[in-house]
Design a binder for this molecule. Structure first.
Ligand code: PGA
Ligand code: ZN
Length: 421
């Protein structure tokens, strides 16, 4: 049985210039894994606890030295030289060692770094690619495939320039194509959007996830640009290329009302659902994520009853990759799709458990990055291993986003041309 012989963490930077952890886990066989921890900007109130130093003398309080010392001391002394069979055992020790529901004692960022790095080390020790190890642990016996990419072309909300209310404007192929083809289509549409925005004098910059953060006014302006780019690249909007949205409604839900620039006055929940229905009629949205605030559970049920049979109503902030919330949402029919993010819950095993629940409910599964990312490609292997329907890794631009898409290209090559044994 493997044992961890050496475990340590160091402070590195993420794509937003915020510190995060990189963890190294070395097994007694000499096999090792190195993983770094992502971090969100538009976070759910139910996410596991991210331990930051809050010391204003370093990195404006965003340092993670305390989390690093948890890995190097408390966690290392509890797990070193203890034999275990799979990542499920190690994660259980980590959860017990912390002992709090939100991972407040050790920090979910410290715990997740150890969980991810050790998952990589275990895959290496079995001479397996990471995606295959993950497929074996979750019991995914289906033929492996590359999920459909969800490209985030325009960034608004907390990820953008502050002008657009909705956070993410996606393009998604309506059928599963070879990934290399979907990536090329995504890139051509991305470059076309850039040209269309330049023509209007509307390019501002790019946002946190590599999509454009343009000088547009309303959400509809952004959707129109995407439609135009789809047509200009000889695709049929709503037929071969569809749109998706992460509305991240938490950020504009105030006093029980939804406030967006597309409407002159705040909307009650039922009016906002009418608005979303019209939007879907007009744009045929394939994925509609966090269209309702996490604080407005009843409206999630209403929205799913209204639109759930024609589009996928995806819970992200609503569910926070938390099995209790998923159980409640399944029972209440509050959505029919889930965004899974490892750091919302804090271990690989608990994320797998949530995926089991989602699969059992017949939900669509979207494996997702965070706005704060590194060049770690763990999530690409993870998405393939779990058999996710979609991979949401941002725009096909910026190093930390393309690292993951490039890893999917490599996995596709391995799956379609397996190396001769
Ligand atoms: P976040 O954004 O990483 O800032 O939470 C991603 C998302 O909301 O899907
Ligand atoms: Zn989201």
């Amino acid at each position: 049985m493997p044992k961890i012989q050496k475990l340590y963490a160091r402070e590195i930077l993420d794509s937003r210039a915020d510190p995060t952890l990189e963890v190294v886990s070395i097994l007694d066989s000499g096999d090792y894994g190195i993983a770094s921890v992502p971090s969100g900007t538009s976070t759910s109130s139910s996410e596991a606890f991210e331990l930051r130093d809050n010391d204003p003398r370093r990195y404006l309080g965003r340092g993670v030295l305390a989390a690093i010392s948890r890995v190097n001391q408390e966690i290392a002394s509890a797990v070193l030289d203890k034999p275990f069979t799979s990542i499920l055992d190690l994660d259980k020790w980590l959860i017990d060692l912390d002992g709090t529901p939100e991972k407040k004692k050790l920090g979910a960022n410290a715990i997740l770094g150890v969980s991810m790095a050790t998952t990589k080390a275990l895959a290496a020790s079995l001479r397996q690619p990471l995606y295959k190890y993950i497929a074996d642990v979750i019991g995914n016996k289906e033929p492996l495939f590359i999920p459909s990419p969800v490209f985030n072309m325009i960034n608004g909300g907390k990820h953008g320039a502050g002008n657009l209310d909705f956070q993410e404007f996606h393009i998604i192929s309506s059928r599963l194509h070879p990934f290399a083809e979907s990536l090329e289509t995504g890139v051509v549409i991305y470059q076309t959007i850039k040209r269309l925005l330049a023509r209007r004098g509307a390019i501002h910059s790019v946002g946190y996830e590599g999509g454009f953060a343009p000088n547009l006014f309303t959400n509809l302006d952004a959707l129109e640009i995407l439609q135009e780019a789809i047509i200009e690249t000889n695709h049929k909007p709503g037929i071969d290329i569809e749109l998706g949205l992460d509305i991240a409604a938490n950020s504009f839900f105030k006093d029980n009302r939804y406030i967006i620039k597309d409407r002159s006055s705040p909307m009650e929940a039922n009016e906002f659902i009418d608005y979303l229905r019209d939007l879907n009629n007009q744009y045929h949205l394939r994925l509609l994520e966090d269209a309702i605030s996490e604080a407005d559970w009843k409206s999630w049920i209403n929205l799913t009853a209204e639109l759930g049979n024609i589009t996928t109503i995806v819970g992200d902030d609503l569910l926070a990759t938390n099995s209790k919330l998923v159980k409640k949402a399944v029972a209440d029919k509050a959505c029919n799709g889930i965004l899974v993010k490892l750091n919302e819950v804090g271990t690989v095993s608990e994320t797998l458990e949530v995926i089991h629940q989602a699969n059992a409910a017949g939900w669509k599964v979207v494996a997702s990055h965070r706005s704060g990312e590194t060049n770690d490609t763990f999530i690409a292997d993870f998405a393939v291993g779990i058999g996710a329907d979609y991979a949401k890794f941002g725009a096909p631009a910026r190093g930390e986003r393309v690292a993951k898409y490039n890893r999917l290209l490599a996995i596709e090559t391995e799956l379609t041309h397996p190396p001769v044994p």
